[in-house]
Design a protein around this ligand. Sequence first.
Ligand code: PEP
Ligand code: MN
Length: 365
Amino acid sequence: MSATLEILPMSSWVDTGGKPLVIAGPCSAETEEQVWETATQIKALGYANVLRAGVWKPRTRPGSFEGMGEAALPWLAAVKKETGLPIAVEVATPQHVELALKYGIDILWIGARTTVNPFNVQDLADALQGVDVPVLIKNPVNPDLALWIGAFERINRAGIKKLGAIHRGFSNAQETKYRNSPMWNIAIELKTMFPELPMIGDPSHMAGKRAYLFEIAQRALDLNYDGLIIESHCNPDKAWSDAAQQLTPAALGEMLHELHVRKPEYGTDYINQLEQLRSKLDNLDRELLEILGTRMSLVEQLGEYKRDNNVAVLQMDRWRQLRKNRADLGKQMNLYPDFVEELFELIHMASIRKQTEVMNSTPAA
Ligand code: PEP
Ligand code: MN
């Protein structure tokens, strides 16, 4: 099913001066002092466009800190006044929406655990009907692009056009390096379907650990993301939620400084070189396809031979030998082993298809 969204550009709700959007702030608003300290330090360092803080926290197990709720909203209103920065919070119920708006929260986001549930998303959409507020939607915890798109459609149909996607990665069944697997292709597919939808990377929830923030943030910028949302806490090791992935406002500033922002377009100097490289690639691809065509006619001849001698299409020993040999060759050419393996699986499958066709055809008289 094709989907359409009516989306206003990011510049209609935040001014980033042409740079990627930076949303920074603690995972959770814990105390008035912690919110004040963190927010004023972030403001003083000058890199953030928006402050974030969780007020209602969806926690995996009961009994963990579940957010300060409404009590934290005046603290956020106070830092908004002090810093002049817009404030973003997570909303999961219509009551959250109502309270956030009552306290002048500027931007709302829908968390990964809410995006998974169309009933919850529809309740939020109903609560947002007729309200003019930007809404950012995190990917669902499971890698289901349709569910993510569905959430955008529901919120968009409620009249919200200031939309953005937050890519926070997907739950893992097994222990992996990152807390949530990025699965970059899912976000890229969303961006391909809706090029005007701002894409914001959330390295904090992908990484789960401070040490991996940089590499993930850089990857997001390499993919031309429109912004980053990163958790920062004035005393990260003592944070009441997500301590391992938060970093001080100063450390975040250093990290942002080290990141390379890529050019979305190529300048004129690059065009010539770029065109030359692209035309070499075009030629190589043509040659590759010609070689595949030649290979396929050999396969066809082999099929005819097998048919005329009543030999089965598939010989396991030969296939095993071929796979091993191609893997070794691929290794010598510095190709990714899984790429070579998948490539020859595909070639082999197409060859079998061809030979099966030949088998079932009648020999030329
Ligand atoms: C958060 O941003 O603190 C949060 C709860 O994130 P997620 O919905 O991605 O788990
Ligand atoms: Mn968090």
